[in-house]
Ligand binder design. Structure first.
Ligand code: COA
Length: 254
């Protein structure tokens, strides 16, 4: 959801959907643009989850994992027939954009998911030393082997976004070494139907489960999602639903 069109009235209205803790956190942002993004993100998440659960956005309650990954309070979490959480979600924000990933009903193959959105104007961030310092060796080498500087910058940001989505899916965040797994791109990438692949070496990432990765240029942004799924089930489908703060306030749900 782009937040460029969100005015003061919109911010106040959407802040009314948050709980006291979220409003207190929003009030602590130094810059209004950061506060606005935070409020928009949490209101959108509440609207989306509320719709899925048949609950008003305001009544949702959240908990957080050991490293801060938000989840629904156990009393509100629907379960799969085998007792796992049936609704997985994650959110990401960057300048001017909020991205929420939510599993679709009745998707039960997804164990967990992560999402990351980065502004494409961060393309200038490519630095071979950063890639060598943080990414897996083969990823850094593949980047350096790209002959065109613009392609290297684009691939760097694509990789960054995808890798963030993976460490957010497990909930480990930056405590998970980015070099502990490699993301590889098929020949012809980016092209229709082509998806990146992952080799997960560090134990928390693999464990007999299957990863499905998605990356897309969207509205001047890089958008990536990583899904950790039961290996025995077919890969899930992706769908991106555009949203605006005005539509959200008018009752439209994603
Ligand atoms: C998760 C993390 C990678 C996000 O980085 P980022 O690119 O700056 O931020 P994004 O906009 O993509 O995502 C932020 C959102 O991810 C979610 N999030 C927070 N921690 C998360 C985690 N461990 N895993 C997945 N998602 C997480 C939150 O919803 C957060 O939004 P909010 O602050 O508005 O609630 C990074 O903050 C991190 O590694 N955190 C872990 C910190 C930690 O280890 N803490 C230990 C003590 S609690």
């Amino acid at each position: 959801m782009g937040v460029a069109g969100m005015d003061d009235d919109g911010e106040v209205a959407l802040a009314g959907w948050l709980d006291d803790e979220e409003r207190a956190r929003a009030a602590r942002f130094h810059f209004a643009r950061h506060r606005r993004i935070y409020i928009a993100a949490h209101a959108l998440l509440r609207a989306w989850l509320g719709r899925r659960l048949g609950l008003a956005p305001t009544v949702l309650r959240f908990t957080a994992g050991a490293r801060g990954k938000p989840d629904l309070a156990p009393s509100q979490m629907p379960l799969t027939p085998d007792g796992r959480p049936a609704l997985r979600f994650n959110l990401s924000h960057t300048a001017g954009m909020v991205a929420i990933a939510v599993t679709a009903d009745p998707e039960t193959a997804v164990i967990d998911l992560g999402v990351d959105v980065e502004a494409a104007d961060r393309l200038g961030d490519y630095d071979a030393r950063i890639a060598r310092g943080f990414f897996a060796e083969d990823e850094a080498a593949a980047l350096e082997a790209l002959p065109d500087a613009a392609d290297r910058a684009r691939r760097f940001l694509t990789l960054w976004t995808l890798k963030e989505s993976v460490i957010k899916a497990t909930g480990a965040g930056l405590s998970q070494a980015l070099s502990g797994f490699s993301i590889r791109f098929p020949a012809g990438w980016p092209g229709p139907g082509l998806l990146p692949d992952i080799e997960a070496r560090d134990p928390p990432l693999a464990q007999g489960l299957a990863w499905h990765l998605m990356h897309q240029d969207y509205d001047g942004m890089h958008l990536a999602a990583g899904l950790l799924c039961q290996a025995t089930l077919p890969p899930p489908h992706w769908r991106i639903t555009p949203m605006t703060p005005a539509r959200l306030l008018s009752g439209a749900t994603p």
